[in-house]
Write a protein that binds this ligand. Structure first.
Ligand code: UDP
Length: 270
């Protein structure tokens, strides 16, 4: 019998599992995943100053993201020549995709959903079964394995555990990203989400549509695409939730966090 977690919520009211250390056997899940002959993709952006994070991200993701399984990393950058040659595990591949550098990050943040949906339709859907979007200014510190694989997957924000102020929640009803007080099930971080390529396509299309509508109405949701993502996930419940272990972004270490699998890295302002 597995050790079970009694100190945390492991199932949502719509019966989706919430993944915490101690709630799954990676060996069993690996064996099931291998039988299906799947390929998983990771999309990440490194624009302007964020090119400094490429190497650290790739080194740690190469080591800890779905280790032993085939992973395609799709890196969108305005600086492809800055991507140095990295020795990756034989099952991993890196595809560098050039993007235009918008005048403000907010503009790229908006067009990011559009870029993703276009590439899913034109390329990724033919190359991968599952697709995960990750921030680049992070380090993976422990294994993130096939326990993350499901149709629509979102990561609970660490603020939810530490009860800090939720800076990204958009409550102004005129924004497409608004989640009225009391209506969001969980707050999800935009730093790590994904799912089957078809579900991620629907999500990126819907979020881009919402962002465009906000732009036409002269409003910018407080947390940009994170607000839109949360609004979408209220209407389309994730089939699997990742606990904040999967993106831990505070200095606090509450006892329910047994492992920090991914954390943001500090920014160098140069
Ligand atoms: N990003 C980027 N260039 C920027 C700002 C953001 O490439 O100037 C990308 C990068 O992948 C980063 C992600 O967008 O990890 C999220 O950035 P954001 O500023 O929204 O969140 P934060 O870095 O504060 O978590």
């Amino acid at each position: 019998m597995l050790p079970w977690r009694q100190d945390v919520l492991v199932l949502t009211p719509w019966l989706a599992p919430i993944v915490w250390e101690g709630t799954f056997s990676r060996d069993i899940l690996n064996a099931q995943y291998l039988q299906k002959n799947l390929v998983t993709g990771v999309v990440t952006f490194a624009v302007e100053k964020y090119v400094q994070f490429i190497e650290g991200f790739m080194r740690s993701a190469n080591k800890y993201f779905l280790a032993g399984h085939q992973v395609n990393f799709y890196l969108f950058t305005d600086n492809p020549e800055k991507v140095s040659h990295l020795q990756l595990a034989p099952e991993n591949q890196l595809f560098v995709i050039p993007v235009q550098n918008g005048s403000r990050w907010q503009e790229l943040s908006r067009s990011r959903m559009h870029i993703l949906s276009s590439y899913i339709q034109g390329q990724f859907q033919h190359e991968v079964d599952y697709l995960y979007s990750m921030d680049i200014d992070v380090q993976l510190l422990a294994h993130i394995g096939v326990e993350i694989i499901d149709a629509l997957v979102a990561t609970i924000s660490s603020w939810q555990v530490t009860q800090q102020e939720n800076k990204a929640r958009e409550t102004r009803p005129e924004s497409q990203g608004a989640t009225p007080e009391g209506q969001g099930d969980f707050h999800y971080t935009a730093s790590f989400y994904g799912g089957s390529v078809s579900e991620v396509y629907k999500l990126t299309r819907a979020c881009f549509g919402g962002l465009m509508e906000d732009t036409e109405n002269g409003i910018e949701a407080r947390g940009h695409h994170e607000s839109l993502l949360n609004e979408y996930l209220v209407q389309h419940k994730p089939t699997r939730l990742l606990s904040p272990e999967y993106y831990w972004d505070t200095e606090l270490s509450p006892s329910i966090i047994h492992v920090k699998r991914m954390c943001p890295v500090h920014r160098d302002s140069s």
